[in-house]
Design a protein around this ligand. Structure first.
Ligand code: ZN
Length: 604
């Protein structure tokens, strides 16, 4: 295994890199004031809305929302992995990439993985022509030879070593097959009976190659032809294949239509293939996962409209709601998200074959906009006829609404919701906001707990200080170097405080020169996306000094408010019982803090 690339090297690399040069070598940039602009390479446009900031070492498209650092750009634009992007930048800067754990990293180019996967795809296609059972199965499912060819569908023979025999002759070759996710290494306990080694992952399955946007095979989905389990088997996560990002059929959809307007997300491979065959060539599917925010971001880079299409049964409705929860962080004006529910007992595959593309597409007119679906679903869970029920509806809506980036879209949704609750929209907006804004879009299920916490109406009306301070640090990381950290701040009980404290500590101990460098430190953490979103946001503070002053003032206010609250608690307690020595010490400290906060300069 290659060792990890040390963080200090990434820091140095970003410090030595000029994002304008990196992007400029691929996209023609024009100077515009202190920044540079271009027509966005990630979406179709005629007037430039893609901006590159040399100060921040950060790019951002106002059209499609694409944003990131120089490394992020290479990953997105060149479809490079993180390591490849680092190696590319290092080569430009004349640096050698060091690895943690001593020995220099062995070169593991992805080329041999692509070759192995392409060979496997060919092997599966060839195997299909030799297997009447599989051909019959596909014919019975209504697929034509033309569509089977267009999607490169094949068959994995019912043997433990078909692929291994063909392409795994040497140790090196077997290692490549393993890294490509095509074979599985035997566990030691079975080694005694079967001998050490590997076996084919996919056996006796119809094989659907999964392609990246350039059309290269990066993984497979295999489907059984009988009732055995699991019905679908996907490639594991590999260097090339990340199922939380990939969409089956996206390459084929882009091949079919030069400038796509809309994508439809369905649940299975067969749905995608059937829809394409019928002429609905904008269908794609997630790969055995719920639709993730990553998926949505990819989709909205290409098109302005997405329709989720689900079966009308309970599983379908549950999947639709999960998709909604993951989509709310990505909706905004100019992006359309709708939900199409099929009649119970139907899936897109059978339905489009039954009624044809025209009738199927006519159903799109009945698809529910995200806002309607959200309100309908939540109203169904409460009794909107009663005051209690309407209050409960506000509570249910709050975590979702607060994750919608605030713009016209959110306002419209709040207006719509206000009608259902029979309350003035302005008052409802206040109520929804009183939980304090979420520090960023929830990215994983584990964060929904955090969103819930954020939504608790603990600090009505003044929940912004933490976010402001974090945002200023993201825009002016150098300002963080001189800001003292108080212990009281760590005890402040507000969403985002742990992140703020960690940022401050990090920037003091180990300063970074710009936004891009700061973000690279957080790349592998869940906080990366919310931080990058803050970098995209407007910053009204002109320079580092002003930012430092603003941050200090925000921290002082946070500490003062916390001190005040604690002070009340301790003084209250002191009236009825004696304080412990510890509490007394805290009280004294708090009184000092309060005295400082009461200085006239800070009175606000
Ligand atoms: Zn764009």
């Amino acid at each position: 295994m290659a060792g990890r690339i040390p963080q200090h090297f990434i820091d140095e690399l970003i410090a030595r890199t000029d994002i304008v040069e990196v992007i400029g070598s691929r996209v023609p940039l024009k100077r515009a004031g202190r920044e540079f602009k271009a027509c966005c390479p990630f979406h179709d446009e005629k007037t430039p809305s893609f901006w590159v900031s040399p100060d921040k070492q950060f790019y951002h498209c106002f059209g499609c929302g694409a944003h990131g650092t120089a490394l992020g750009f290479l990953m997105e634009y060149d479809h490079a992995s993180f390591v490849e992007a680092v190696e590319d930048l290092a080569a430009r800067a004349g640096l050698e990439v060091p690895r943690e754990g001593g020995a220099a990293a062995p070169q593991q180019p992805h080329d041999e993985l692509y070759v192995a996967l392409e060979r496997a795809a060919l092997f599966f296609r060839q195997s299909l022509s030799g297997e009447a059972r599989a051909r019959d199965y596909l014919a019975k499912r209504g697929l034509t030879a033309e569509i089977i060819q267009r999607f490169g569908i094949g068959y994995a023979p019912a043997r433990w070593d078909a692929l291994l025999d063909r392409y795994g002759g040497t140790d090196d070759e077997r290692q490549v097959l393993l890294r490509a996710g095509l074979v599985i290494e035997r566990q030691p306990d079975t080694a005694r009976t079967q001998g050490p080694g590997f076996y084919d992952r996919f056996r006796d399955r119809v094989m659907f190659p999964i392609r990246d946007t350039r059309g290269r095979t990066i993984g497979f989905g295999g489907r059984v032809m009988d009732g055995s389990e699991p019905k679908y088997l996907n490639s594991p996560e590999t260097e090339l294949f990340h199922k939380g990002r990939e969409l089956y059929g996206l390459f084929e959809a882009r091949q079919a239509t030069r400038s796509l307007q809309r994508l439809m997300v369905v649940e299975g491979y067969m749905d995608v293939v059937s829809l394409h065959q019928a002429g609905v060539t904008y269908a794609v599917a997630t790969l055995g996962t719920a639709t993730t925010p990553d998926h949505l971001q990819r989709i909205f880079r290409l098109v302005g409209e997405v329709v989720f299409c689900f079966d009308g049964d309970r599983a379908g409705r549950a999947a639709a709601w999960r998709a909604l929860e993951n989509a709310v962080g990505e909706v905004k004006q100019g992006r359309q998200v709708r939900f199409l529910f099929l009649p119970e007992g139907h899936d897109p595959d059978t339905l489009v074959q039954e009624e044809g593309a025209a009738a199927f597409e006519a159903r799109l007119a009945t698809a529910l906009p995200l806002s309607d679906y959200l309100i309908r679903e939540l109203s169904g869970r409460t009794d909107v006829g009663s005051v209690d029920g309407r209050a409960r509806l506000v509570e249910l809506a709050r975590p979702l609404v607060n994750r919608i980036p605030s713009d016209v879209y959110r306002e419209l949704l709040v207006t719509q919701l206000a009608e259902v609750i029979r309350m003035p929209a302005g008052r409802l907006a206040e109520l929804l906001a009183s939980g304090g804004p979420s520090p960023g879009p929830a990215r994983t299920e584990s964060q929904s707990a955090r969103v819930q916490r954020v939504a608790a109406p603990a600090f009505a009306g003044r929940g912004n200080l933490v976010r402001q301070a974090i945002s200023l640090l993201v825009h002016f990381p150098t300002a963080g170097a001189g800001i003292p950290l108080s212990e009281v701040l760590e005890r402040v009980d507000r969403p985002g405080i742990p992140l703020l404290v960690e940022l401050l500590a990090q920037l003091r101990e180990d300063p970074v020169p710009n936004t891009g460098a700061l973000l690279e430190r957080w790349r592998s953490r869940p906080e990366y996306a919310p931080l990058a979103k803050l970098a995209v946001g407007e910053c009204l503070v002109p320079d580092e000094a002003a930012a430092a002053a603003e941050i200090c003032s925000a921290l002082e206010r946070l500490v003062a408010e916390h001190a005040l609250a604690r002070l009340e608690v301790l003084e209250e307690k002191a009236r009825t019982e004696p304080l412990t020595a510890e509490e007394k010490a805290e009280l004294q400290g708090l009184l000092r803090t309060k005295a400082q906060a009461d200085r006239p300069t800070l009175a606000k």
